[in-house]
Design a protein around this ligand. Sequence first.
Ligand SMILES: [Fe+2]
Length: 417
Amino acid sequence: MAYIIENVPEAIRESKQLLRKLAAEQGADFKVTFDELTESIKQEVSEIKALKDSGEAIIPELEYADLVASGISDAQKDQIRLRGCAIVRNIFPEQQVKDWDNELGVYLSDINYVDASMKSTDDSMSDVQKANPQMFSIYWSKPQVEARQSENLAKVRSHLNRLWHYEQDGKQLFDPDVECTYADRVRRRQAGDDTLGIQLHVDGGSIERWTDDQGFHKVFRKLIAGDWQGYDPFDAAYRNDTREVTSPAVSNVFRTYQGWIALSPQGPGDGTLEVIPMARALAWMYLRAMQDDVAEDDLCGALIGRSLRYKEEWHSLLKDALISIPQMNRGDGIWWHPDVIHGVEEHHNGDDFSSVIYIGAAPACAKNEAYLKKQLPTFEDGRSAPDFSAEDYEAGFEGRGKMEDLTDLGKRQMGAA
Ligand SMILES: [Fe+2]
């Protein structure tokens, strides 16, 4: 059922009152909890800054072949849970990825993407952005369909999903070994572009995190109770019970990770991903918004129906931990926890396209299976995936991926088996 918030300032005021009441009932106080967590976060930020200054790796990296042969070591698991992100190298052979990249270029031209985009009524994009698209609202090209249903990727995601705690009271909250396809878009950014920069943000809802007293309040129950040490971002309990408002900027599935596969080499400065590699950063933002210096009807500038933004005015404590991701090569993948603050560099200073296919992880659970039911007809008709703006650029184009292109695994992941 749709989650609707009619009077936003009132909803925020009431939610803050409720959250304070819940905290007080458990002997907690948002200022005390915030001050304690701030000390811990400060330390983590300075550790990351020191690593950054000395040029050391910050994001844990795994080799695909090692991952498949021997899994993830306990030390690596701890690092991934701390940083909230991981790079997996060499998931796909370079030639296959080159072919996908070329094929995508042809596909975009065959569907006359730019002409269609110019006519788009999506008012979140300027005319300049429509005329020079860098983020493409396509979901069903054969390269995307093939990449999503690959056995290699299924193995990677199953390992990464298992970093979550996915059992509660003996009940499995999701199945780490079964993925639900979440069709997402493609970034294909031209050298020199300065239109795509995406400000630092967290996806998956903004003010809902404070107002949704059924799902999100339970996700953050330990923070509310003052037990910031016990708050675990990788605890899946209640994560798939959250309610989000309907908006093209808000994902309505439970993703264990957001992520992408590099189709072209790209490193710092090439208009690629930047992250604050801290799984607990959102917990700190959560408590930040509950402090007395934030207006009673404000959540540090959070806007309904948008991603939750990092705001310099409120969140600058985290700034020193901001990094661009290291050099990625064709066929490498990166995944980040849905609470990780991330953005896209403002300028692409490299000299070639920086291209990725977005593929996160959305393991099987009731929430994701319900989404599959909505998504399947859009695949069959070639329409935009239901979480996104209904551009429908691929509908009617014969060369898109179709049911006959799905493997048995692909059909299962699509909810079509
Ligand atoms: Fe994002």
